[in-house]
Design a protein around this ligand. Structure first.
Ligand code: PLP
Length: 387
């Protein structure tokens, strides 16, 4: 991480943990292919299997049910394009009918353009009554809902949603990408009831370009592999495994799992930031404040402040933050997440996201607030009713 800059964009990608870097460097020197039976092959295989156990432990699953992928986007595509077979302890194949949450990651909508949408309320939480009503309208559905939103940090109650989906005979796949290290309490408990879970290493201190699809039991599998190949990953994902990437993911999973519940410090930093923010701009609106959300995320909007212009000023002043995940290929697009929540246009246009992690320093957030205060100079502080 560049020392002089304040990196406040952990939801986009977290810095690599030293443990992950060390594991990757060691794995780079493995000559063997994990599918080979000689000693070199077995050494590479041992790295993959050790990492598989670490990732399973983090998500509360069994190692044999972990499939490594090139990231969450691939796992999302595999599930939505191929469907699940043998699901939920029954010989159920789901995937014909797909329902996805209205605030899912863009990859979900791109992979399942014809999916039905489960709406959220203004609080960003899935409307449970609407989901239940939709589920009974047709055959058992494959439902994909995220544990927590990457833009707002708003967190869904997965056990409750799983109950609703299962009552209608469906299966629930959870995009838990933003969860590790960012929620209070064990990740496994937060994912209770999910039929499959998706993780991405680079959101919790592992490398970019590696992720995992974790099934709840040994019968649940992809109906067919998205990437067909030489039978790797128990036939679920072809291609020689990304040994350094997988090693890095395993080491990061172990570190996050060992750290246990979210350090109070993260919550303290976020809350202090939000208090100061309200001091600078009393009319600032903070998404999900007071509701269930990640410990590390503040999405806020201030009337009169354009996210697009503000982002450039922040960057020039050495502060890296984001306007939500709506920025792709350098172009800022209006957030579908805030739109789905029925947010006002000024909120959609002005929303800025600060997302932090264990290495964030108090001075990083102070610098962010100072740059923000400079941008608001001349505007005057206004009470919230003016918004
Ligand atoms: N799902 C969520 C909630 C995300 O935040 C992201 C990354 O931004 C993804 C999926 C995609 O993850 P990956 O970068 O591993 O493809």
């Amino acid at each position: 991480m560049p020392g002089a800059r304040a990196y406040l964009d952990w939801n986009a990608s977290a810095p690599l943990l030293p443990e992950a870097r060390a594991a990757m460097l060691a794995a780079l020197d493995e000559a063997g292919n994990p599918s080979s039976i000689h000693a070199e092959g077995r050494a590479a295989r041992a790295i993959v299997e050790a990492a598989r156990a670490e990732v399973a432990a983090l998500a509360g699953g069994e190692a044999e049910n972990v499939v490594f992928t090139s990231g969450a986007t691939e796992a999302i595509n595999a599930v939505l394009r191929r469907g699940l077979g043998g699901c939920c302890g029954r010989d159920l194949a789901v995937g014909e009918r797909v329902i996805v949450g209205a605030t899912e990651h863009a990859a979900v909508f791109a992979a399942a353009a014809a999916a039905e949408i489960a709406p959220v309320g203004p609080d960003g939480l899935i409307d449970r009554a609407a989901l239940a009503a939709r589920l009974v309208e047709g055959p058992p559905a494959l439902v994909m809902i995220q544990l927590a939103n990457n833009e707002t940090g708003i967190r869904q109650d997965i056990p409750a949603l799983a109950g609703i989906v299962h009552a209608a005979g469906g299966a629930l796949v959870v995009d838990a990408v933003q969860g590790p290290g960012r929620i209070a309490g064990p990740l496994a408990a937060a994912l209770d009831g999910a039929d499959a879970v998706i993780l991405s290493a680079h959101k919790f201190g592992g490398p970019k370009g590696v992720g995992a699809l974790i099934f709840a039991d040994r019968r649940t599998r992809l109906a067919s592999a998205l990437i067909a190949g030489g039978g790797q990953e128990r036939g679920q994902r072809g291609g020689t495994e990304n040994i350094p990437g997988i090693a890095g993911m395993g080491a990061a999973a172990r570190a996050v799992h060992a750290a246990g519940k979210v350090p109070e410090r993260l919550i303290h930093l976020r809350d202090t930031f939000e208090n100061h923010l309200n001091h600078i701009a009393a009319d600032a609106l903070i998404a999900g404040q007071g509701g269930p959300r990640l410990a590390n995320t503040s999405l806020f909007a201030i009337p009169g402040l354009s996210a697009e212009k503000a982002l450039i000023a922040f960057d020039l002043a050495g502060v890296a933050l984001s306007s939500g995940s709506a920025c792709s290929s350098g172009k800022v697009r209006a957030s579908h997440v805030l739109r789905a929540m029925g947010a006002a246009e000024w909120v959609i246009e002005g929303a800025l996201r600060v997302s932090i992690g264990p290495a964030t320093r108090e001075e990083d957030l102070e610098r962010c607030l100072a740059v923000l205060a400079r941008q608001l100079r001349g505007r005057g502080n206004r009470p919230r009713s003016a918004a």
